[in-house]
Ligand binder design. Sequence first.
Ligand code: MSP
Length: 659
Amino acid sequence: MKDKFYITTAIAYTSGKPHIGNTYEAILADSVARFKRYEGYDVFFQTGTDEHGQKIEEKAAAANLTPKAFVDGVAEEIKRIWDLVGVSYDKFIRTTDDYHEKQVQKIFKKLYEQGDIYKGSYEGWYCTPCESFWTESQLVDGKCPDCGREVKKSQEEAYFFKMSKYADQLMQYYNDHPEFILPISRKNEMVNNFLKPGLQDLCVSRSSFKWGIPVDFDSKHVVYVWLDALTNYITGVGYDADGNSTEQYNKLWPADVHIIGKDIIRFHTIYWPIFLMALGVPLPKKVYGHGWLLQDGGKMSKSKGNVMYADDLVEYFGKDAVRYYVLTAMPQDNDGLISWEGVIDTINSDLANVYGNLVSRTIAMSNKYFGGIVEDAKVNKTVDDELKAVVTAARDKIKAKMDEYRIADAIAEVISVFRRANKYIDETMPWALAKDESKKDRLKTVLYNLTEAIIIGSSLLTPFMPDTCKKVADMIGAPLREYDDANKFGLIDSIKVTETPEILFARLDSVKVMEKVNAMIEERREKIEDKKDEKKDEKKPEVKLHDHSKKEPIDIDDFGKVELKIAKVIACEKVEKSKKLLKLTVKVGEETRTVVSGIALYYTPEELVGKKLAMITNLKPCKLCGIVSEGMIVCAEDENGNIAYLTPEKDIADGSMIF
Ligand code: MSP
């Protein structure tokens, strides 16, 4: 009986179409699942979508859809992309699935009834227009850090989970299972940054929005999205909080590995194990936190139109090349950098020059010299032994790397088999052997050895590039090698290769491909701009930001105290955690300053970069959302709350005085 292997990905948010970074994770988990199947494990691979929460509720409202209609659309899109890149999942769970929602409610109730969850209140400072709670330390000068208005001390009822109760037990688990968190550096981070300083009770319900799983015994509240999402790993395989879990659950749980990104390790190695401990459920065996794929040469941004999506990449380069590229672009302990040029280079160097070239040359020579027949004439030389040693050692080396989740290193081992085989062609010079009738049998053996190397290498590469490897085996006319035999040389009998081999990977002309890619990016950017213009026409702010009442008269000297200058915006970005604030970097003559301005609802960062604006330059610096603001951008505001920045009537140097 084969051992089971239950592997999961994080479930993707359905807030929008996933970019290549999210898709990478599905490809990574897929390659592990396929390798395990190849090894002979009875694999169950679960992936899916995380569909609740305020952000999704807001996205749906912005799209004029009900949350359910909105997530139905995005979940379909995510499934389509996973299928497109060949993710061989056994189960695709959605957190809006009925069975999942029911179990989350039961789990919440069980934890409440046994006293791990209690009803308390969330105390803080409330800003009514922003609908936001703030803690004392988040306030700026006692006011809302987002909009600067007065805040009220408020309390909101909420449910809390007693995290600290399980902290020692969790630390013990970490100590007893040194392999639980991989890479090890991530474990140290969890221990030092979270466990050692002490765990706070976690707020596990929300009542400020509706799009979530209702707490069934207190319907004002919905379950905190992470408690909902994390439980997918057990509900998806049949866990039942009342003790009637399915046979499948009993077989599969605990999971063998959760594959997740580095940003959500805390949720998977602290909250999730503690929820499971409270439920009396065994903990997963391993959490592997991979790095992130980042775009080389600048941030991926929707408004720039340069976000890399799997479907574009597949359209340009094909599914397997994209899988190969992203898997090899990610080192184990760090982030990986990707770019369109990078895909082209990798395809040309590894796939066209090394793998494709080896296959096409070998098939062409078998056709040319032996009418396509490949068989071993057993005329061996010592140079063969070196090739055979590399080929037969590959399987175990790859397995060792895969066991450590060093996917890029495992793939590099396969490529080194193909590189070695190409070198073998140079060493044996089949074209020279062909000229000498007495060396025909030696030539037969050389081509046989090359064909064996291709079949074994392709078998080992199958988990990463399934379709290509199958195609190669079909062209060669020999089956891919089973795992148990993938370390044995010389198993091919007499075979006949195809007369009409296909080019596996055509060499790409970087300039031509990039022209097309850039045209696509430009077209996208324009479309996004058009949409923004349409939206801007519709945009009507609900509140005025400033006091419009008549002010007392002042002296010219009072006005003279205000220093106003022209500032040029050289960079601009949204302030994280704030809907209203933008962080601008401005040049004022010789000086560069940072200014935080509450105009994010009116202007996008891209609209402001390059603009010259009026700015008060002698206001005392103040902190907004933790950023020191060194000035104030001056805007006009009408009775309806419409905002317009002020810009000089003709071009004038930044730093110019306004008087
Ligand atoms: N919904 C949560 C996960 C809940 S799991 C119980 C979530 N979703 S996500 O859509 O934001 O991210 C899904 C996965 O993609 C996460 O593991 C995340 O780390 C990963 N990635 C997001 N951006 C990525 C890259 N740029 N590169 C690699 N992985 C990336 O988090």
